[in-house]
Design a binder for this molecule. Structure first.
Ligand code: MG
Length: 450
């Protein structure tokens, strides 16, 4: 047991240790993180996987050398989506290490640790690793006990089979959908096209060459980065367009007419068709009211949290929730696993399209309609001062204090919260029209920075 009277320097952010290879993530540093992981986990074998980043090999080798030096073995799963590694950890009950920086630009990379149940490592275990890195009290194996590397090449197949067991593949197969999938040079280059062809979809792939420099497009799946996918969908020849981020824990959709679908709306769709009376749903307070309305209609219980994927997944575990997610395309389906899973979200949408026998645009049209507007503004003074001014001047009818200030105004609501990482205030607004949502956001920004 580690005595943590002295606090160590914080290394893990909300999504693992992130940094620039050879600057923050030097081989020496990565090896000591590996040594600390082996020392803290005290286990036989740790699963490792990575995304397509060019620096992945260097960081992997250093982390792996550190782990092996403690007498702990490494199971090499190769290049695969973050949720596929989490699924392996859950099924086999082993710890995992993922070398990835998700959607960040190619110059970054990161080290992320996974618990034996497939969820992100708890903060107290991350602190144990940080403490061990700082104090250098590593386990050292003798030559004859040194950890060994083994390979498990079937993790992608297992993951695809796991997803198919959650849906009704026969229905999807019968529908023979035409799907365009843009894997953005990232970790889903093999898994998502294989899952789709296994579901009898006719598949066109975009950027399905693994390329760690992300030369084809920025790996964040935002509409401005998905021009190629959107124009292909505009030809009207396909039923669904899909795009993932670099490590494929996220998934966004483009409808059969080439319209980008907000993550909030695809989440509302999944909530509508996969929950029933008593199901629990978890979303941050920034999500649109469409999700709440759909929950009410189904008799499902909505639990609202602060903004942030780890908070959503932790709340889901606590509440034993069925569906959760955020507006950025991170969707969690509890029957599969408690982590964001891009391929699972894609399979659920195909499953409901097959079941309902309707176009994706029609299914989306049937959801409650709200306009969302998202922006940010510089925060030049203490948040508490800004907060006070907003409270005094906004004239809100009701206020929710879950995260920052969520102000219910006559024609909609505005959520204003200080960013945890930058000196900015993030603003989310919801109204009945796009223009009104922007007007409400501008009104609150006007009060915040007079
Ligand atoms: Mg990601």
């Amino acid at each position: 047991m580690i005595n943590k009277d002295q606090k160590a320097r914080r290394l893990f952010g909300t999504n693992g240790i992130r940094g620039v290879p050879n600057e923050d993530l030097t081989p020496e540093f990565c090896a000591s993180v590996g040594k600390a992981i082996g020392t803290v986990f005290q286990t036989k074998n740790i699963a490792m996987g990575r995304d397509t980043r060019v620096s992945g090999e260097m960081i992997w080798s250093a982390v792996e050398a550190g782990i092996l030096s403690t007498g702990v073995g490494v199971t090499d799963l190769g290049i695969l989506p973050t949720p596929a590694i989490q699924y392996y950890c859950k099924v086999h009950g082993v710890y995992g290490v993922i070398i990835t920086a998700s959607h960040n630009p190619p110059k970054f990379n990161g080290i992320k640790c996974i618990d034996k149940d497939g969820t992100e490592l708890r903060r107290e275990n991350e602190e144990d690793i940080e403490f061990t890195v700082e104090h250098g009290e590593f386990k050292k194996a003798e030559g004859k006990n040194m950890g060994q590397r083994t390979f498990y090449p079937a993790a992608v197949e297992d993951y695809i089979e796991g997803i198919k067991r959650i849906i009704t593949p026969e229905n999807v197969k019968k529908a023979a959908f035409k799907v365009v999938v843009d894997t953005g040079n990232g970790a889903s280059f093999r898994s998502s096209p294989e899952l789709l062809t296994g579901l009898n979809c006719r598949v066109v792939t975009l950027n399905a060459n693994p390329d760690g420099n992300f030369t084809s497009r920025n790996s964040e799946p935002k509409p401005e980065n998905l021009g190629e996918l959107i124009s292909l969908m505009k030809t009207g020849k396909f039923d669904l367009g899909v795009a993932h981020d670099g490590d494929a824990d996220r998934c966004v959709f483009v409808d059969e007419n080439g319209n980008f679908v907000d993550g909030d709306r695809s989440l509302a769709l999944i909530v509508k068709y996969f929950t029933s009376r008593g199901s629990k749903v978890v979303t941050p307070v920034s999500s649109s009211d469409a999700i709440e309305e759909v929950c009410n209609k189904n008799g499902a219980v909505l639990v609202k949290t602060k903004v942030g994927a780890p908070i959503v997944s932790r709340t889901m575990i606590k509440e034993k929730a069925l569906v959760g997610g955020e507006e950025n395309g991170g969707i969690i389906y509890g029957r599969h696993q408690y982590c964001r899973d891009g391929a699972m979200a894609m399979a659920l949408v195909l499953d409901l399209m097959a079941r309902e026998k309707k176009k994706i645009s029609v299914l989306l049209d049937e959801l409650p309609k709200y306009s969302m507007y998202k922006t940010s503004t510089e925060l030049n003074e203490d948040w508490n001062e800004v907060r006070k001014r907003i409270l005094n001047k906004a004239g809100a009818e009701e206020i929710d204090f879950t995260d920052g200030l969520k102000l219910y105004l006559r024609e909609g609501w505005v959520l204003a919260r200080p960013s945890g990482t930058e000196p900015i205030m993030r603003v989310f607004a919801q109204a009945k029209t796009d223009a009104k949502a922007k007007e409400l956001a501008d009104f609150i920004i006007g009060i915040a920075s007079p």
